[in-house]
Design a protein around this ligand. Sequence first.
Ligand SMILES: [Zn+2]
Ligand SMILES: [Zn+2]
Length: 331
Amino acid sequence: MSYLLRGVAAEGGVRVVAADTTALVEDARTRHDTTPTATAALGRTLTGALLLSHVLLKNPQDRVTLRLRGDGPLGGVIADAGLDGAVRGYVSNPNATLPPRPDGKLDVGGALAGPEVRGDLQVIRAHAPYGDPYSSSVNLVSGEIAEDIAVFLAQSEQISSAVLLGVYLEASGVVRSGGVILQALPGVDEGALARLEANVRAFGQLTDAMRRSSLLELLEELCAGLDFKLLTPDALPLRFSCRCSDAKALDALAYFTPEERERMIAEDGGAEVVCHWCGEARWLGPEVIRTISRDEVRCPACGTLWYREGQAKMVREGERCACGRPVTLPA
Ligand SMILES: [Zn+2]
Ligand SMILES: [Zn+2]
């Protein structure tokens, strides 16, 4: 099972969030059928989003979206997580692959940011059920994701942090995946900070450490000499979980015209809608597809979609349609 731990060290001067995401990243790999390089990028991003949710969010319904885009063959990777431990995500090009780096590691930075290291990292906080989403972004510094998140936290949040993320794969799939964020909070003792930095430098690869020790043992190692205190005696379970539904799949089909939808029914007997986020396919039969027409209002002259039940107003009463006809919506 994947899980998350929170703790403090140095008498509250250092905040610690850590996650073992091995099972959920393996779940993501099989859902999206990603290459090893794409799996590593997706796993680091899913884990990073889960850790960030515990750093940036306050309310249980809020969510954080971590999106990286770059010039490399992956195109981009996105993950969306909340304090409930649910995360979902995908890569733009799950087939992307690059030769390993000279040190034998997967070239995640090259696959995401390309040889010139170009791209950006964006963090969007959505406050449910009301309140506008808040977004901020930084340029990628390496595309290796952990380092990019550390830069984001320093520049955008003014929090100096060490971020460790890793995904270790063998031919069978994901063997270890996890992440740790260590944050220096205002007022932290200088000596404690120096000790923490030395511990992090001496620590090495996270997934190597995860293969020999438990996550809790690793945190004690990272916080050696700093009196680590675990705040979560019961680890928070983490899982890959999407929020897609038949209703959202129907929303996707609503962008087609009624004629196009009738053609799908005539030619295929229905429509399959695959969710980007989780890779799950839904089959929508003729009766379900035809309910769309019941809930939408189109221009009688040109067929432009004016309004659909349950959606924010697309075209307002009194505006003019693309064809020039004044819009009239039912009360
Ligand atoms: Zn989904
Ligand atoms: Zn029109």
